[in-house]
Design a protein around this ligand. Structure first.
Ligand code: GDP
Ligand code: MG
Length: 163
């Protein structure tokens, strides 16, 4: 394996759906409702002849006070152990405070980041991704993890960062 790609983002943006899309099977647990405690899970993946490890994050303690910081801590750990990061945001919802906090954390971590703007299920919605240039995380890749749109281009960029 050439390296480790951590998939981070706030709950419900579609991280596990994306991981399953990349793996070509339903290994990661997709949840409609945030709040289930899960650990980081690492899978062996392959793209265009390159083997790598992909880490699905999403375990968090669903206590009322600390939910945000627990997610951030967990993401931070995954990022610290990774060679590159796929940062996933929800293109239907737009930017949230938690996205901004994760951006701050990612800047400090200094790892290469590829930005995935998910849930853009039709090409009509691709213009929405350009809003995310302002995050300063480079090119926003418009994707639909659910349908597979744009995931190839995203993976090309992610694997390039692992090499
Ligand atoms: P996670 O918490 O970030 O791992 O998100 P999940 O992968 O569990 O997905 C959360 C919800 O978003 C589920 O209901 C998914 O079916 C839905 N979802 C994920 N990707 C997409 C997508 O590309 N398009 C749409 N419309 N829904 C998606
Ligand atoms: Mg998940």
């Amino acid at each position: 394996a050439v390296g480790v790609l951590a998939v981070v983002g706030r709950p419900n943006v579609g991280k596990s759906t994306l991981v399953n899309r990349i793996l070509g099977r339903r290994a990661a647990v997709v949840e409609d409702t945030p709040g289930v405690t899960r650990d980081r899970v690492t899978y062996e993946a392959e793209w265009a002849g390159t083997d790598f490890q992909i880490v699905d994050t999403g375990g968090w303690e669903a206590d009322a006070q600390g939910i945000g910081s627990a997610i951030a801590d967990q993401s931070q750990l995954a990022v610290s152990l990774a060679d590159a990061v796929c940062f996933v945001v929800d293109g239907q919802v737009g930017l949230t405070d938690m996205d901004s906090r994760l951006v701050t954390m990612l800047r400090k971590a200094g790892k290469p980041v590829v930005l995935a703007v998910n849930k853009l299920d039709s090409s009509d919605a691709d213009y929405t991704a350009s809003e995310f240039w302002k995050l300063g995380m480079g090119e926003p890749y418009a994707i639909s993890a659910m349908h597979g749109r744009g995931v190839g281009d995203l993976l090309d960029a992610a694997v390039a960062e692992l090499k």
